[in-house]
Write a protein that binds this ligand. Sequence first.
Ligand SMILES: [Zn+2]
Length: 458
Amino acid sequence: MRLICSLLLLAWSLAAEQADWIWTARYVVTMDAQRRVIENGAVAIRGDRILAAGPRAEIERNYQARRRLDAPVSLIAPGLINTHTHVPMSLFRGIADDLRLEEWLEKHIFPAEAKNVNAEFVRWGTRLGCLEMALSGTTTFADMYYFEDVVAEAAKEAGLRAVVGETILKFPSPDAKTPAEALAFNERLIQRFRGDPLIVPAVAPHALYTNEDATLKAARTLANRYGVPLMVHVSETSVELDNAVQERGASPVVLLDRLGIFNGRSIAAHAVWMDDGDLEILRDRGVGIAHCPSSNMKLASGVAEVKKMLAMGLAVGLGTDGPAGSNNDFDMFEEMDLAAKLQKVISRDPRALPAPQAFEMATILGARVLGLEGEIGSLEAGKRADLITVRLDAPHAVPLYNVYSQLVYALKGSDVEHVMVNGRLIVRSRRMLTLNAPQVLAAAEKYKQQIQAGGLSR
Ligand SMILES: [Zn+2]
């Protein structure tokens, strides 16, 4: 009998494929094409890739792993994808709230940035943001700010995946006196991070109204020369739309399209003030939309027509924007919840943007927005190993009838327990393994004192 057992074990170990990790959980929410939710499921991982996601018994039969992570009171989900951020602004969190966008930007943020933003500020702000994002289940973020080379370095150090685009403006910025300098900076950024396993460089002209047409065209040319995406704010407020129509006779989408800005992979942040013609242009050009519900609500920008965009087949992801003033945090669980509820309020239809669709926006659709749907956004063989576990035993998580309802309407960023990005475990039992959290928090407090001593008005 013992011999038979030994022989069976030997046969299994010869047949089973070697994996680096097996993760098991009460549920695996795959977000694959069939949208499989596997009860008592598992994921096998080797190197930076997922080998398989399936029923636990099947995974255990087919793979043997050197390391295990068993999460019987949790679900495993794809890491969340934040399609629009300005991460280093975490050090300005709450510096000036409850103001109009123009006043907030011109009287508070631009002066504060002029006085304070340098490479070290960006490094510590990004570390703080990465700490917050990882601990709340975000594994990929798309960022546009200054010193984006340092954002990329800090993201890599933290182990997060990032799309990084240098902000290009027609006025001087903290790291470029002219748009030409910003474009040159952006080109060096692309050359340095092209092909990086975690970083996708991008080009990020701030918006139509903050750039000359020639700069916008040069930004597109640069993006296409290297085959990288272009990120831009589009029609965030009614003021932006009205000014474009009055001064130039067309909407920002039409004007940008005439300049050829969408001829190549593009990510449009906000897209709040759009008519059907604008949406058709964005759809026809394959532009991904970064919908930022918290920001649009907090700055009273308006409500993007997400339900219509999704029905038209546009890729719409979620973004936190901010975090200074326009949000003020990076919690993607909050964005899912708000995105769903905002569409219901505006359409006065509780069926609008149901929970499964909101979760798609935070995962596989977000990946499509960034052009990374072949690599991330779902748990399936061959994709990058970007996954999170979320505990299901808090009072607000019990009982559980439907995992999507729980994920979107009940669970919180603080329920995230373990996080892996590109096959590397970066959060274990809510502890960030890649950053010194107390040191990052202390640095943020020190920056606050410095910023306040600089005479910043509130
Ligand atoms: Zn923004």
